[in-house]
Design a protein around this ligand. Structure first.
Ligand code: CMC
Length: 430
C-alpha cells in the first residue's frame, strides 16, 4: 500500500498521498488540499520546503553533497564528458551514441550565425550597460527573428530547431556583447572549431588575427560549463519553467531565466565574489575584519560565494572548481593574490561557529571567478558565462515541463491587506 500522511485542519482529518522519488525523496502531495479542506492553502515564502514539480533531470542531495545529471555523477561527467555531450544528456535524458552526437554537434555548428541586425541592437546599448541585461534582451529578441517559435503547439522537430538555435547562437551573442563593449569589431563563428574553442576564439580573437586557444584553457572552460549546466529547481530554472508554463515562447522563458540569474544571490554572486575579494585586498587584506562584517546582523554585507539553499555540507561543484582553479593558475604560471584571500576566508569560515551553525560553505561561485579572471574574462562577463553553462539545463527543464503538459505556474497567497473600504474623492483625503 502506498504511503500517506495525515493532516488535521479546520476540524477534519485529511489523508495526503506521499510521492516517493527514485532516490527515496518524499513529497507530500497537497494538490487536493484546497478542495478537500474547505479552502486552506500552504504558506512557504521562498519555497524553502515546497517542491514545484517532479523531475527526472538532475538529482542533488544537499546533506551528502551529491549532484548527478540523469543519474551520472558530476565528478564523472567533468572528468570524461564534454559540455555538448552533457547538453545532449540533459535535454534528451540519455548519453548520445556516436551517430546521435555527431548529428547534434553538426546541427549546432550550422546555426552559429546570428542575424546581422543583432549588431544594430548591440550598437544601441549605452556603453556601461551590463552584459546580463543585454543578453536577456538579445535572447528574447530571437523570437522576433523566428516567429514560428511563438506557436506553443508546434511539432517536436520545430521545437528541436529552436533548441539548437539557442545552443548555437548563445556563444556568438555572448562574445559579440563583449566585443561591442570594447568597441572592437565582432568575430564571426568558425564552424571548423569545437564549441568551446570557437567561443574563446570569438571572444578573445580579432578579425585580423585569431587566437591560439590554449587547450588547457579550453578544457578548463569546458569543465566549468559542465559544472554549471543544471541544478534542478533553482531561482532561474524555476523562473524558466513558470514563464514557459504560460506558453510564452522558449526564447522568452530563457531570457527570463537570464534575468533571474543576474542577481548577486544567484549567478551574479560570481561577479560579486571577485569585487568582494578586490575590496578586501584594497582594504589591506584583513580577512577577519570582513568575516566579522558578514556575521554582523546590522551590516548588509554577506560573504559572497558562501551558503546555499540546498547544500548543507559542501557544494561538490565548489570542490571541483577549487581543484581546477589551482591547476589552471599553476599551468598558466599565474600567482593571484585574490586566490590567497579567498582561501584564507574559507579557512576562517570553516572554523567559525557562525558559519558552522548555519551550514555555510563555499558554493560554485566562490572560486569560479578566479579562473575566469586568469583566463582573461572581464568581471562583468562572469555571470554571462554562468548563463552560457546553464542554458542546456534551462532548456531541458522547460522541455520536461512542456512534454508533461504541466499547468500554468500560479502560486496562491494569503492576503493580509486592508478589508473592503469605500473610495473617497482626492479632495477629501487628508
Ligand atoms: N554570509 C553571511 N551570512 C549568511 C550567508 C553569507 N553568504 N548566507 C546565509 N547567511 C546567513 C543568513 O544571514 C541567515 O542567518 P540567520 O539565520 O541568523 O538569519 C542564515 O545564514 C540562513 O540564510 P538564508 O538567507 O535564510 O538562506 P537561503 O537559503 O535563503 O539563502 C543564499 C541562500 C545562497 C541566497 C545565501 O546563502 C546567500 O545570500 N549567499 C551569498 C550569495 C551567493 O553566494 N549566492 C550564490 C549561490 S550558489 C549559485 C547559485 O545561485 O546556484
Amino acid at each position: 500500500m502506498s504511503e500517506t500522511g495525515k493532516l488535521i485542519v479546520g476540524g477534519q482529518e485529511l489523508e495526503l498521498p506521499i510521492i516517493t522519488g527514485s532516490e527515496n525523496e518524499k513529497g507530500i502531495d497537497i494538490s487536493k488540499l484546497r478542495a478537500n479542506s474547505g479552502g486552506y492553502t500552504t504558506l512557504d515564502i521562498g519555497f524553502k520546503n515546497t517542491g514545484s514539480t517532479t523531475s527526472g533531470i538532475t538529482f542533488l542531495n544537499g546533506e551528502q553533497g551529491i549532484l548527478r545529471y540523469a543519474g551520472y555523477p558530476i565528478e564523472q561527467l567533468v572528468e570524461n564528458s564534454s559540455f555538448l555531450e552533457v547538453a545532449y544528456l540533459l535535454i534528451n535524458g540519455e548519453l548520445p551514441n556516436q551517430g546521435q552526437f555527431s548529428d547534434f554537434t553538426s546541427s549546432i555548428t550550422q546555426h552559429t550565425l546570428v542575424h546581422e541586425d543583432i549588431k544594430r541592437f548591440l550598437d544601441a546599448y549605452p556603453e556601461r550597460s551590463h552584459p546580463m541585461g543585454q543578453l536577456s534582451s538579445l535572447i528574447c529578441s530571437l523570437a522576433a527573428f523566428y516567429p514560428e517559435s511563438l506557436d506553443p503547439h508546434r511539432g517536436a522537430e520545430e521545437v528541436d530547431k529552436t533548441i539548437v538555435r539557442l545552443l548555437a547562437k548563445m556563444p556568438t551573442m555572448v562574445s559579440w556583447i563583449y566585443k561591442r563593449s570594447m568597441g572592437h569589431p565582432v568575430v564571426y563563428p568558425n564552424n571548423s572549431m569545437d564549441y568551446v574553442t570557437n567561443f574563446l576564439n570569438m571572444f578573445f580573437g580579432l578579425p585580423t588575427q585569431g587566437v591560439d586557444v590554449d587547450p588547457v584553457i579550453a578544457s578548463a572552460m569546458d569543465k566549468l560549463l559542465i559544472l554549471h549546466a543544471d541544478h534542478e529547481q533553482n531561482c532561474s530554472t524555476a523562473t524558466v519553467r513558470v514563464v514557459g508554463s504560460s506558453h510564452a515562447p522558449l526564447y522568452a522563458a530563457i531570457s527570463a531565466g537570464v534575468s533571474a540569474l543576474w542577481g548577486p544571490r544567484h549567478g551574479g554572486a560570481n561577479q560579486a565574489v571577485i569585487e568582494m575579494l578586490k575590496n578586501i585586498q584594497a582594504d589591506g587584506g584583513d580577512s577577519q575584519k570582513w568575516m566579522d562584517k558578514a556575521k554582523d546582523k546590522n551590516d548588509p554585507f554577506r560573504l559572497m560565494g558562501f551558503g546555499h539553499r540546498v547544500y548543507k555540507n559542501f557544494d561538490p561543484r565548489a570542490l571541483l572548481i577549487k581543484k581546477s582553479c589551482d591547476e589552471v593558475l599553476e599551468k598558466l604560471g599565474i600567482h593571484d593574490p585574490l586566490l590567497e584571500i579567498a582561501k584564507k576566508l574559507e579557512e576562517i569560515a570553516l572554523k567559525d561557529d557562525y558559519f558552522i551553525q548555519r551550514k555555510l560553505y563555499p558554493n560554485v561561485d566562490f572560486y569560479s571567478g578566479i579562473i575566469y579572471k586568469a583566463i582573461g574574462f572581464p568581471t562583468e562577463m562572469y555571470t554571462v558565462l554562468f548563463a552560457l553553462g546553464r542554458l542546456p539545463g534551462w532548456i531541458a527543464q522547460w522541455k520536461e515541463m512542456m512534454t508533461e503538459r504541466q499547468p500554468i505556474g500560479r502560486p496562491r497567497q494569503v492576503y493580509v491587506g486592508p478589508n473592503e473600504r469605500q473610495y473617497t474623492p482626492i479632495k477629501t483625503r487628508v
